[in-house]
Design a protein around this ligand. Structure first.
Ligand SMILES: Cc1cc2nc3c(=O)[nH]c(=O)nc-3n(C[C@H](O)[C@H](O)[C@H](O)COP(=O)(O)OP(=O)(O)OC[C@H]3O[C@@H](n4cnc5c(N)ncnc54)[C@H](O)[C@@H]3O)c2cc1C
Ligand SMILES: NC(=O)c1ccc[n+]([C@@H]2O[C@H](COP(=O)([O-])OP(=O)(O)OC[C@H]3O[C@@H](n4cnc5c(N)ncnc54)[C@H](O)[C@@H]3O)[C@@H](O)[C@H]2O)c1
Length: 463
């Protein structure tokens, strides 16, 4: 017997779920949103992931010479916390003010395909809903490292945002999005950073010239690398420091490092523990992600999974697009699918940022495209004075175009404002705007978009 019955219940306050709840509630559908932590109203993006980390990256970039590193870091954390508190309150208000939306605190778990139990302390509430949307996100996946679980020096991307004091020596394990962003950020804050990844090369999926440029940027910022190695053990040494043993994958001797903090940035796993997916009969894959089709439908009719938990690319704007797909099924023609997404961009927030869309050169070659490529170091792009104005001339711009159709196949922008300009290149790819049109367009001056005028003039057959 249910305590409440609603049209739609959203489990977890993720980007897609909160947007869906607001839209359906404003349209007069009864909606319940269940969130297990009051510190997470508004979801991961605004509370612990995208926004706070980018605020810290921005603060770190601005640290003036001569300022005490610890004072600057403490102030940056204070500013981060103030920003997050404001965003969380605003996110709560945005749903609380919609009459048809009920906000429920507690841990949600399926007790039937369309029945959810919410537990908050000793309180228990049962919700019945025709439509259930699972939007519970992911949590850090910690590798099994001897001594790590009990060590006071081991952090994840959430806990390291409040590390106290600023670590003098930081070991970052993992050279993906989180590892690269935190390595750059903490190097700017003043930590001595060592990045360890078990691949022999940094960013193995990237073109070598791009990966080398990233490595040399971070090296210039003071980051050291141990590649082809995994952390064998972490042993607390007392006095808030640890001895980290890096076991090389091949024959070389193990390396030992002293660290005040170790960040595990080795990927994430779905937040499905104690969610009762099996009780509801909802299928998961071998990594625990909820299996969905191209309309985000799970194996149970009327149950959708959106955002990170559905096993797709883990970005906030993908979760937002998931909302559009589900909304289209609940209120529209039901034609939107994940397969109609074209040219989804991404950015790693280094200083300067590294933004990517479409194919890189290696992928274009592997796929047998007849393509042209243009690459230019940012410092050499005369028609793009903005990096020189802001004093950040690291990086390169690289664009791949189809030799016959002139369509853009992909771009890597590793420069100031890359997180903005990449959206324009993505739109060009989606709308069929050609490389020549981008090359010959008028762009504001001085801007970073102007790179396209000069770099695209250098398109030539790949060597
Ligand atoms: C450090 C870091 C930085 C990132 N930076 C970026 C970035 O700059 N740009 C970008 O696009 N992406 C970034 N990402 C990825 C991005 O944060 C995620 O893709 C996005 O937040 C996913 O949101 P979601 O909709 O899946 O759910 P989430 O926002 O993760 O929300 C899930 C919610 O469900 C709640 N929950 C879980 N289980 C239950 C339960 N059983 N009952 C009730 N509630 C539950 C959780 O508390 C949480 O609030 C970053 C990720 C990390 C780790
Ligand atoms: N700017 C952004 O958009 C942004 C920022 C942060 C995170 N994210 C999202 O969050 C997701 C998770 O990020 P992430 O960096 O944790 O994962 P990731 O998958 O991007 O990178 C994990 C890295 O850890 C390495 N690794 C794994 N196990 C290891 C081990 N035992 N020892 C050494 N290295 C090991 C892998 O080789 C890989 O380089 C990303 O896929 C991304 O979608 C996005």
């Amino acid at each position: 017997m249910a305590d409440i019955e609603v049209d739609v219940v959203v489990l977890g306050w993720g980007k897609g779920g909160k947007t869906l709840a607001g839209a359906l509630g404003r349209a007069g559908r009864s909606v319940a949103v269940v969130e297990r932590s009051a510190q997470m109203y508004g979801g991961s993006c605004i509370n612990i992931n995208c926004v706070p980390t980018k605020a810290l990256v921005h603060q770190a970039e601005g640290r003036p010479d001569g300022v005490d590193a610890q004072d600057w870091f403490s102030a940056a954390i204070g500013q981060r916390d103030d920003l997050v508190a404001k965003l969380r309150a605003r996110n709560h208000a945005m749903l609380a003010e919609v009459d048809a939306v009920t906000l429920i605190d507690g841990h949600a778990r399926f007790i039937g395909p369309h029945q959810v139990e919410v537990q908050a302390g000793d309180d228990r509430l049962v919700i019945d809903a025709e439509t259930v949307v699972v939007n519970t996100g992911t949590i850090p996946a910690a590798p099994d490292i001897e001594g790590a679980a009990g060590s006071s020096c081991v952090y994840d991307s959430t806990t390291l945002q409040h590390v106290e004091p600023l670590p003098r020596r930081l070991v970052v394990v993992g050279g993906g999005y989180v590892g690269l962003e935190f390595a750059g950020m903490f190097a700017h804050f003043g930590s001595q950073v060592t990045l360890v990844d078990h691949h022999d090369e940094l960013m193995p999926g990237e073109d070598r010239d791009v990966a080398d440029a990233v490595r040399s940027l971070l090296a210039d910022q003071g980051v050291e690398f141990i590649l082809g190695g995994a952390i064998g053990s972490v042993r607390d040494e007392g006095g808030a420091s640890a001895r980290v043993v890096v076991a090389p994958s091949e024959s070389a001797d193990a390396t030992e490092l002293d660290a005040d903090a170790v960040l595990l940035a080795t990927g994430r796993r779905p937040a499905t523990t104690d969610l009762g997916l099996d009780v509801a009969g909802i299928s998961t894959d071998d990594r625990g992600y909820v299996v969905v089709d191209e309309r985000l439908r799970t194996s149970v009719s009327g149950v959708f999974a959106i955002g990170d938990v559905s096993g797709g690319p883990q970005f906030t704007y993908v979760s937002l697009d998931d909302y559009r797909i589900v909304l289209d099924q609940l209120t529209g023609g039901g034609t939107r699918t994940t397969t109609d997404r074209v040219a989804v961009p991404s950015t790693t927030f280094l200083t300067p940022p590294l933004a990517r869309v479409g194919l890189n050169e290696s992928q274009a070659r592997a796929q047998g495209h007849d393509f042209l490529v243009a690459t230019k170091r940012v410092a050499d792009i005369a028609a793009m004075p903005r990096p020189k104005i802001v004093g950040e001339t690291h990086g390169l711009v690289k664009v791949i175009a189809d030799a016959r159709t002139d369509q853009i196949l992909g771009a890597t922008l590793f420069c100031v404002d890359a997180q903005e300009v990449i959206n324009l290149v993505s739109l060009a790819m989606r709308t069929g705007t050609t490389a020549t049109q981008l090359r010959d367009s008028m762009w504001t001056h001085p801007s970073s978009t102007e790179a396209l005028n000069e770099v695209l003039a250098g398109l030539q057959p790949s060597g």
